[in-house]
Ligand binder design. Structure first.
Ligand code: AGP
Length: 586
């Protein structure tokens, strides 16, 4: 179905949060919104709800869920669906907010994903007399459900989609690409984009697979095709609350001494078996996106130095260009917090077509990547809510280090190093240290540009440092290998341009210090992240000497600086503009 590329880009980022309940006992509209709020990190442009309790109650609003709350009527019913939207298709208006209705106003639909052929479907439906009220692709689903069975409708949609409909007092759920999970209760069933919104009600979850369609009543879950088995999720809803912290971001940064230890709590036998597979593999790749890709890049460095094993690295969205190197001796090691990143899923699909085996390092249990892998390692970091990934990243680094040490036959040494590192991180997260970073953030908050240099194990950390600062404080930041400085970027250095130099006590120490000196010569303001102070530093951020785990301790100041810069620059640290927590479309 050939649509022009330019059109596709407009709709590219439809990532949202869906939540629904169908229950024997009546519940109120406020109950639905309370659960939907737990998905707000997936999108916050507009929100809406549809409920039945005799009549169909619809309410929509532009902006965060709190805006919808202001106009919400206290409606009670037995079934309801809702959605918080992250939109580009058509303006962010109430008309385009979900849910969308069919002509009879009896079928309500919420959706996550892209209906890539929606214009053609809309044209046919319009020709057959259907009247459309919004500019969205989603509305075609409501009209299609008037005369077609839900499984037929799902087949008609091109692209990655998940939809939930309220029809005849039942909830219909359908998935092909974007994630959906059913929460199984006593005379009540839940549906959501992930398990978080109903974890305080049930830990029995059915994760839908691509092509799945089911009908939910309060006592039954009827699949159109193969029945799926429930699994138990042991996350608690407390894990997903802010507690006493003002933002999820700072809470998750402060959890890292614990989450690094939890990441190490892996099954030794499984780790050793995997490391043997990696050692005997050929033409293998670490693959991931965004922050996870920085962990994947670091992992390839860990294997090169610690296990003397070459493993390629590639970002998910570029992987297809390398597929012809894959064989049945190759492994693809996919790293992902959410386990739902579409570009990483696409890379896994390509690898499977080439008979390569899939190992994944994932944080969300039951997620699509975890289910598509031959071997899955959970990073055990608990729910990560802030859009800006922090604790999941240091957990990914920890598991990758563990793999490398195991591949070198030194698993116990690796474990000891990471236990030590968890202690180091606990010692770093002091008020004195955060106050120092707050001071720095005040000094540089109005700067337009910031650069970060690192080498070896800490080159990926220079990239991660820049990404954290960019995505949460909207300050332009660029990380690069310190050796690349002289090949162009140094031209950007002006008087007082802030530059973070990540200087570990390793074989590259002097190289990075030289790079910092060259920047200082051109007027740069040097912020040194290092175990020891140095005269080239204008501002020193002391970090423990953590040996091969230096990338973990060197990331902490970057995360804190991004947080305090965001506050200084009046940005919301938890909800980054133009971003969503998991990127479920390519
Ligand atoms: C990181 O702070 C960002 N939210 C983003 O780069 C993220 O790391 C990327 O989208 C990958 O997500 P994943 O780990 O869930 O696959």
């Amino acid at each position: 179905m050939g649509f022009s590329k330019t059109f596709l880009t407009r709709k590219e980022f439809e990532m949202c949060g869906i939540f629904g309940i169908i229950s024997e006992n009546k519940f109120s509209s406020t109950d639905i919104l309370a659960s939907l709020k737990k998905l707000e990190y997936r999108g916050y442009d507009s929100a809406g709800i549809a409920m039945t309790g005799g009549s169909l109650y619809i309410e929509k609003s532009v902006g965060k869920i709190s805006e919808l709350e202001k106009k919400l009527k206290l409606f009670s019913g037995n079934a309801g669906i809702s959605q918080t939207r992250w939109a580009t298709t058509g303006a962010v208006t109430e008309k385009n907010a979900h849910p969308h209705l069919d002509c009879s106003k009896k079928i309500a639909v919420v959706h996550n994903g892209i209906v890539e052929n929606y214009l053609e479907l809309k044209k046919d439906l319009t020709k057959n007399g259907h009247k459309f009220e919004s500019e969205t692709d989603t509305e075609v689903i409501a009209h299609l459900l008037e005369n077609n069975a839900p499984d037929k409708v799902l087949e008609m949609l091109e692209g990655r989609n998940a939809f939930v409909a309220l029809k005849d007092g039942k909830i219909i759920v359908a998935k092909n690409g974007s994630p959906l999970a059913v929460g199984v209760g006593e005379n009540v069933n839940y549906i959501a984009s992930d398990a978080l919104p109903f974890l305080d009600k049930t830990k029995t979850v059915i994760f839908l697979e691509d092509g799945d369609v089911a009908e939910l009543t309060n006592s039954n879950i009827k699949f159109y095709g193969q029945q799926r088995e429930p699994q138990h999720i042991d996350w608690t809803i407390e894990d997903a609350k802010k507690g006493t912290y003002s933002h999820y971001l700072i809470k998750e940064i402060m959890e890292q001494p614990m989450t690094i230890n939890a990441a190490v709590a892996q099954n030794d036998e499984k780790i050793n078996e995997i490391s043997r597979m990696i050692n005997s593999s050929f033409g293998s790749f670490f693959v991931a996106c965004g922050t996870a890709s920085h962990a994947a890049l670091a992992a390839s460095y860990f294997f090169a130095k610690i296990a003397n094993k070459h493993i390629n690295f590639c970002v998910g969205s570029e992987f297809s260009s390398h597929k012809h190197f894959l064989t049945d001796k190759s492994l693809v090691i996919a790293i992902s917090q959410s386990g739902e990143s579409a570009d990483t899923l696409e890379a896994i699909k390509i690898a499977k077509e080439k008979s390569a085996k899939i190992i994944s390092i994932v944080n969300v249990p039951g997620s699509t990547i975890s289910r598509q892998s031959d071997y899955c390692f959970l990073t055990n970091a608990g729910p990560e809510i802030a859009v800006c990934s922090t604790k999941a990243f240091t957990s990914q680094l920890s598991v990758a280090l563990l793999f490398a040490y195991a591949a070198a036959g030194k698993l116990e040494e690796g474990k000891e190093l990471l236990k030590e590192t968890s202690k180091h991180v606990r010692e770093m997260l002091t008020t004195e240290f955060t106050e120092k970073i707050k001071l720095l953030s005040k000094k540089i908050a109005q700067k337009e540009h910031l650069y970060v240099i690192g080498k070896g194990f800490n080159y990926p950390i220079s990239l991660e440092t820049a990404l954290k600062i960019k995505e949460v404080s909207y300050m332009h930041a660029e990380g690069f290998a310190s050796g690349e400085l002289k090949h162009g970027v140094i031209a950007l250095i002006e008087k007082d341009t802030p530059c973070i130099a990540i200087v570990a006590n390793d074989e590259f120490k002097q190289d990075v210090l030289n790079g910092a000196a060259e920047i200082k010569l051109r007027g740069g303001y040097i912020i040194g992240v290092s175990p020891e102070n140095h005269e080239v530093f204008d501002f020193w951020l002391p970090v423990p000497d953590a040996g091969n785990a230096s990338p973990i301790v060197n990331t902490i100041p970057a995360q804190l600086l991004a947080y305090y810069l965001a506050l200084e620059r009046g940005c919301d640290p938890d909800y980054c503009r133009n971003l969503a927590k998991s990127v479920t479309v390519k």
